[in-house]
Ligand binder design. Structure first.
Ligand code: ATP
Ligand code: MG
Length: 568
């Protein structure tokens, strides 16, 4: 392939719209172009990498016995009414109307479609288990599309769905899928970890995410030396179980004057206590009800947990006026003591460690000290509500958790009968009885993977492609294309390598060496043969992009040396 006649539009400056290296580099090296927010074209070089990732994914799916299918993108919205997901998807579902005014959605994922197939066409236990997969564009109207193809509104996903007679059979496929995902990411040459995850709106019982480690990843991972790792979204905050906060001297609580001090920092600074000696009381409205949430002063509410605990995606913080109405005091002075009966008091389990606490007094400019739960106020129930953080203890080994970041490339779920029960998809067992299928689903972000690879493998000069997913195996760089011998050597080598199935790009542009070398670094092809002045002495240079190592090689040996370096 010749650069001069290819659509590989590179540019020097960082695009202002891009925040992280992979997004900048994908634009600069001509892998992708934006059509509109969250919608991208993969140009030839970008699409080559996508195809290589797809090939690896297909091979690993086929190797564990999955069957490839192709489902429609256009879905009648009735199927989401049937599964109950029309609401849970909410605004992320792209909707459109046909000419007869019927509503359709662009598929964000395919649980409903595949469950209908199983319902009609996998009736007997004898045909189970089965696992079907596809590679297809998905559509989600993400609230904040960003980072290029990492969080896009149209993106390529591999999604697989498995159907089983029981949980054991699901467990077996789930484990095989985990193995296949590990091999996919390893074959792509990336470092990763597997974390316990929140199931989000896909739902179900258990799920794991596959994170490609990268400093700019959107996901935060808490992990321990014992091998345990969890998505921070999902992690339960755990302190030393022997930790006791405050002390209960048996004395009644006292009121303290805290004029104008409405934040934890202000109050703890003023009282010269640690922020966690205070307990925050946060007032939320769900439907017609108000709930007071109690959490340690040094912790924050995790909205995902809050929505899960309340079952209300519209749950919201009370407005300042509503707070005054509910507690009698302005924002910053709420507390659990003396709240009206109808306000439910929900506490994070960390509150159990408090023998006494400092709380707002439900009175302007006042806090209460020495407040004892049970004695001075009631707790209606405990719910896991707060963000876990670095230094919290591992639930498995008890050691402090470390923090790292990653890009989620895969997510596997045990769905159980979530879809089969609501959509009445059953199989007939050996006794002739009907049961809902036990299901699993397994997503892998193909287009996101291309960006994740760059996020993990780049340097100041550009991309450093892992050999297995590079758009091209080798770049031949004739320095001066006006020198006939140089150009002929380049084209001969190109032909010989292409005949052997190697993907070769020749930079035959009549550009300055400076431009060509910069572009070569930027586009990150792992191996480069530079054909320049040394050709007179019968030598060319072999350059390794990852290590920047240069070898001088006699021109007659270069074919063999390259073939040896590029395993096929
Ligand atoms: P996220 O938490 O990042 O929004 P998700 O839980 O919505 O992900 P799944 O529904 O599990 O994602 O989708 C499976 C895989 O598809 C993800 O692991 C990810 O690799 C990819 N993916 C999901 N959303 C996007 C997106 N907006 N753009 C690109 N890839 C995506
Ligand atoms: Mg999502």
């Amino acid at each position: 392939m010749r650069w001069s006649k290819s659509c590989i539009p590179t540019f020097k400056e960082d695009p202002s719209e891009a925040e992280i290296p992979s997004h900048k580099l994908m634009l600069r090296s001509g892998l992708i172009r934006k059509l509109t927010s969250g919608v991208y074209t993969f140009l030839p070089m970008g699409y080559r990498t996508v195809r290589k990732i797809e090939k690896i994914v297909r091979e690993e799916m086929n190797a564990i016995g999955c069957q490839e299918v192709l489902m429609p993108i256009l879905h009648p919205t009735e199927i989401y009414e049937e599964s109950g997901r029309l609401e849970t998807f909410g605004p992320e579902l792209f909707k459109l109307k046909d000419s007869r005014d019927r509503t359709f959605a662009l598929g964000p994922t395919h649980e409903e479609v595949i469950t209908m197939i199983a319902r009609d066409d996998m009736r007997s236990y004898r045909s189970l288990p089965q696992c079907l997969y596809q590679i297809l564009s998905k559509f989600r109207d993400e609230i904040r599309p960003r980072y290029g193809v990492i969080r896009a509104r149209e993106f390529i996903m591999k999604d697989a769905y498995s159907f089983h007679v029981d949980d054991e059979s699901l467990d077996e496929t789930y484990r095989k899928m985990e193995g296949a995902y590990r091999r996919i990411i390893e074959r792509c040459g990336l470092e990763y970890c597997i974390v316990e995850a929140d199931s989000g709106y896909i739902g179900g019982e258990e799920s794991h995410e596959f994170m490609v480690l990268a400093g700019n990843g959107e996901s935060t991972i808490l992990s321990s030396t014992c091998g345990y790792a969890v998505n921070q979204e999902q992690a339960v905050a755990k302190e030393d179980p022997d930790r006791r906060v405050g002390e209960n001297s048996g004395d009644p609580y006292i009121e303290l004057s805290t004029p104008g001090m409405a934040t934890i920092d202000e109050v703890s600074g003023f009282l010269k206590v640690e922020p966690y000696a205070l307990v925050k009381t946060l007032l939320y409205r769900t439907g017609e009800k108000t709930a007071a949430l109690l959490i340690p002063g040094d912790r924050e509410i995790n909205d995902i947990k809050l929505v899960n605990a309340s079952g209300d995606p519209d749950i919201r913080f009370l407005t300042p006026d509503e707070i005054v109405k509910a507690t009698g005091a302005p924002v910053g002075f709420s507390g659990p003591v003396g709240l009206p009966e109808e306000i439910e008091i929900i506490a994070d389990p960390l509150i159990e460690a408090y023998e006494s606490m400092i709380v707002g007094a439900n009175k302007k400019d006042a806090h209460l000290k020495g407040v004892v739960q049970g004695r001075d106020f009631r707790i209606d129930r405990y719910e896991d509500l707060v963000w876990a953080k670095e230094g919290d203890l591992c639930p498995k080994c008890g050691e402090p958790l470390g923090m790292s970041r990653g890009v989620e490339v895969g997510h596997i779920f045990k769905l159980g009968d979530k879809y089969s029960a609501s959509m009445d998809a059953t199989f007939i067992d050996e006794k002739g009885e009907m049961h809902p299928f036990i299901m699993g689903c397994y997503g892998f972000g193909i287009s996101r993977m291309a960006a994740a690879a760059i996020e993990q493998h780049h340097d100041d000069d550009g991309i450093v492609w892992p050999a297995s997913i590079t758009p091209m195996d080798l770049l031949i760089l004739p320095v001066n294309v006006n020198n006939e011998e140089v150009l002929e050597t380049a084209f001969r080598l190109e032909r010989e390598l292409e005949e052997r199935g190697i993907d070769v790009l020749v930079d035959d542009r009549d550009q300055s060496p400076g431009v060509k070398f910069k572009d070569a670094d930027l586009t990150g092809i792992p191996l480069r043969v530079t054909i320049g002045r040394k050709l007179k002495e019968g030598k060319v240079e072999l350059f390794h992009r990852a290590t920047r190592e240069i070898e001088e090689i006699p021109v007659e040996k270069v074919l063999d040396v390259i073939l040896e370096k590029i395993e096929r």
